[in-house]
Design a protein around this ligand. Structure first.
Ligand SMILES: [Cu+2]
Length: 164
């Protein structure tokens, strides 16, 4: 039995092959790094402030839930994982052992919710400066990100999240 392919069919087959190869490439890139970080920033505070907080979107591209287990930064003596919560009209911060990112999902660290807490600032958190933040995850991923220090994030960035 012989198969006779028209030239159009051949072209389609080649295009399909290329698309397939490209999708394999992007999959392997994700497999190397299950976790990606977006929109990271640290809140700028007056020079007398002892503490500040950092926010970001954490994406988990893997098929298993992954937890953020540790955060480190040269900005502060202690870096903790926190959750802000209203309790009888008072905003309280509760230290978290881990911050979970669902499988193929994301977790948004934002004001009034989950955040990275910087306790005992070693240097002023001036608007316009930046710091680094090293994040360790339960799957072994370790990411060091540059975090800009600013009073408020780009409002367009927030709009984007609403649309998601
Ligand atoms: Cu806090």
């Amino acid at each position: 039995m012989s198969i006779n392919l028209s030239s159009t069919t051949r072209k389609n087959l080649i295009t399909t092959g290329i698309t397939f190869a490209l999708s394999l490439l992007s999959c392997s890139a994700n497999a190397e790094q299950a976790i990606t970080i977006n929109d990271v920033y640290v809140r700028a505070m007056p020079p007398t402030a002892q503490n500040t907080a950092g926010y970001m979107q954490i994406h988990n591209h893997s098929k298993q839930p992954v937890s953020l287990i540790k955060a480190e930064s040269p900005l502060a003596k202690n870096v903790e994982l926190h959750l802000s919560k209203m309790d009888e009209g008072v905003m309280k911060m509760i230290q978290q052992k881990v911050i979970m990112i669902p499988a193929e999902g994301s977790t948004h660290l934002k004001p009034g919710g989950l955040h990275i807490m910087f306790l005992g600032l070693k240097k002023p958190s001036n608007e316009g400066s930046k710091t680094t933040l090293k994040l360790t995850f339960s799957n072994g991923d370790q990411l060091t990100v540059d975090a800009p220090i600013m009073k408020t994030p780009n409002p367009r960035g927030d709009m984007k999240h609403v649309q998601n």
